[in-house]
Design a protein around this ligand. Sequence first.
Ligand SMILES: [Mn+2]
Length: 384
Amino acid sequence: MGPLPGANTTTGEHPALDAMHSALDVKPHCEAPERLSAFLKVLEEARGKRVLIVIKGHPDPDSIATAMAQRHFGYFFDIESLIVYFDEISHPENRALVKTIDAQLHQYREDMDLSGFDFMCFVDTPTPTLPIHLDNPPPALSLVDHHKAVGGFETRFTDVREDVGATASIYSEYLEHSKLGLRPGNKNDAKLATALMHGIRADTDDFMLAGPTDFRAAAYLRSFLNADLLRIISKQSITARTMEIIQRGLNNKVIKGTFLFAGVGFVRDEDRDGIAQTADFLLRHEGIETVVVYGIVNGEVVDGSLRTNSPTVDPDAWLKTLFGANAAGQHYGGGRRNKGGFRIPLGLFARCQDRDALWAIGKKTIEDLFFEKIGVEKDKAASG
Ligand SMILES: [Mn+2]
C-alpha cells in the first residue's frame, strides 16, 4: 500500500534530519494520530533526561508490560528510565512474569532518591501522584491509562481511554503506528510483545471483555511475541494458601439474587491477591452476576474485590457510592468496566487484640452496607 496523501514521507536526502523526523512520525491508519504524535513530542522534550516510570498498587501484567513499553520508547530519545513499584508483587504468576521477561523493576526503598529524576511517567493508573510523600516530586510527563478518568491533575501528556480493555493495548497502538515499534528478530522486543499480550489477556479475561483496540493490538503483537514464553508466564498456579482463601469464600458465601458476597477473614499481606482470585473463581457460580469478596489484610485494612458480568453494575460508581471517601477526598473504592476493589483502613480498631470481635465488626459493617445497597435487609438474605 502506498503512502496516503498528506502522510509523512522521507526523502533520504538528509539522513540526519530524516532520522530525527522519523522518530516523531505517525504512520497512516492510526486510530488516534494526534495523541500518538503528542506522546512522541513530549518524549522529544524529555530527550536525555532521567525519567521515573511509576507502577502504583500491586504490579500486575498490564502495569508491568506498559512500564516496559514506556521504557522502550524512552530508549529512542536517550531517556534514562527507572521503573519503580511500591507494593509487593503478590501474585505468583506476576513474580514469574517479572523474572521470565526480565522486566527490571525496582521496588521502592526509603534510601532511593526519587527527587533526582527530571520527570515521572504513570502507566495503568488514573492519577499521576506517588504513593509516598516527596517535598518536590518531579513533574508528571505522561499518564496513560484505561481506568475511569478522574481528571483534575496536570501532566504534559494524558491518554485515558475507558473503552479499552488494557493499557497495554494503547501502548501497542503507539508501537504499531510509530517508527519506534517492535523489530522482528529483536529479543528484547519479543519479550516486550509477550508481556504486552499477557497484559491484554489478563485485563480482558482472555479477550472475553476485549474491544476493537484490544483485538487490533493483539493482531499487531502476534508476529513479534515469543509463544513459548507466553505459555510459561500464563501458566496459572494457585498457591495452597490461595486455595484455602477460596475455600473460606465458598464456605462463607451469601447469595442474594444475582449477587454473591463472601468474607474470607484474616489474610496475610503476601496472600492478599487470593481475595481477587477468590472473586474471579466465585463469579463462575451459576446464576451469579456480581461477586464481592473481602477480608482483613495484615490486620490493618479491609481489602475487597468486586467482579461483575452484570450489564447494570458499574463497579467504579457502585463502590464509590457505597464506601464514599476519606477526609482528603480519596475514595475507599473504585474500578473499571468489570472489576473493582476497595481498601478501608481499620485505624485505631486495628489495635484490637480480639480478632474474632474485630472480624465480626468488619464483616457486619460491610455486609450491612452491601445489603442496604442492593435493597434488602441482612436478616432476609438467604445464606448459601
Ligand atoms: Mn490495566
